[in-house]
Design a binder for this molecule. Sequence first.
Ligand SMILES: Cc1ncc(COP(=O)(O)O)c(C=O)c1O
Length: 449
Amino acid sequence: MLDVENWKLPHLVTSLPGPKARQVVDLDSQFVSPSYTRDYPLVVSRGRGAVVEDVDGNHFLDFAAGIAVVATGHCHPEVVAAIQKQAAELIHMSGTDFYYPNMAQLAQKLAAIAPGKSPKRVYFGNSGAEAIEAAIKLARYHTKRDKLIAFHGAFHGRTIGALSLTASRAIQRKGFGNLLAGVAHTPFPDTYRGTYGVRPECASQDCLSYLVNELFRRRVDPEEVAAIFVEPIQGEGGYLPAPAEFLQGLQRICREHGILLVADEIQCGMGRTGKWWASEHAGIEPDIVCVAKGIASGMPLGAMIACCEIMDWKPGAHASTFGGNPVCIAASLATIRLLEERYMANAARMGEFIMRRTADWPSRHKIVGEVRGKGLMIGIEFVRDQRTKERAPDLRNKIVQMAFLRGLLVLGSGDTTLRLCPALIIDEEQADFALRTLDGIITEVEREV
Ligand SMILES: Cc1ncc(COP(=O)(O)O)c(C=O)c1O
């Protein structure tokens, strides 16, 4: 049995990477796809709560949570028990050809918690990208239109359809030839920095106006647009929340032209922001919601939730052999129960704690441009100069590395932002440790600037 009480804060027993970690990294570098982006040589063997242990016995405080996935922490006992019980009864049957009870139960639950009041139905896949692919297909099927709109900085996944909507980094698209035709990108309201021609102080208004007066007028007739895909909080694009008035305006424009509004809640949904959905903070009801990551505490599951009147495709139109696997669904039902009972409220509380504690960072640290976010989806944007807002990816990367060497796991997001996306179970002691560690590292790094 593990002594879980001691799995609270980092404890390093070797230099990093340790000898066993080095061996695994060597093996991996010979046989595993070189397309992965590992920022530091962390080789994990076990996880409990917000702590992971590496193969050399070092403990790390995990503020990355498997890229915002393990919502209830690593190996929550109730999630593990649900997985074990289901695995002993039925591992696979294929919900596309047969029925099993927990698929219908999870669909009912997701339909109930989805934003808005209209009745919903759920399609199950295995990942975020599959949820997005399903949304692309359903939007085209239902509207009988083929054009799609997404935002600068968006990340919707890496399969060809999802990649066509993604506009986060050129490297993600480079070398893959022509993507889906009929996709246009438009500016996202970055209220810190603005983007080309968008003023930070009127970012919502400028971005909506660009969409209507530029994109619709000159390049894409709105009557041909099937859907607009938006992340209510951009994830890989730098942890950028879309202002409520922007999302409300977008919904208005969509309704005016019969365009479906698709909210990609894959990173920002499932309670991470302190509500089930980031869309709820703006009071919008998207026509389609895409979910994955936190939905099953680490088991591979994606879902596309749509209003019943929109999910009108016929049997055979879309399916997946593994999508909605019974074991993943059991993990998801346990996850949702835990989020509902305890951890969604904790995410709101801990998010406020972190925002309060970091409120003075831009005035105390000359390389911190802004700290922003909702719940436990918080971004710290680094700049070389607060006045010019010059991006500082090298400083951000250095801080991520230094944090690892002190036992704190964090990840970058966008060009120059560090993201905090821990499990929704963290407590004040863990948040305090993470913030004190980062505060100290930032102080050291900025001395050299
Ligand atoms: C907002 C968003 N959409 C889609 C995806 C793709 O999800 P997956 O990697 O599970 O395919 C991600 C993954 O980071 C994401 O953050």
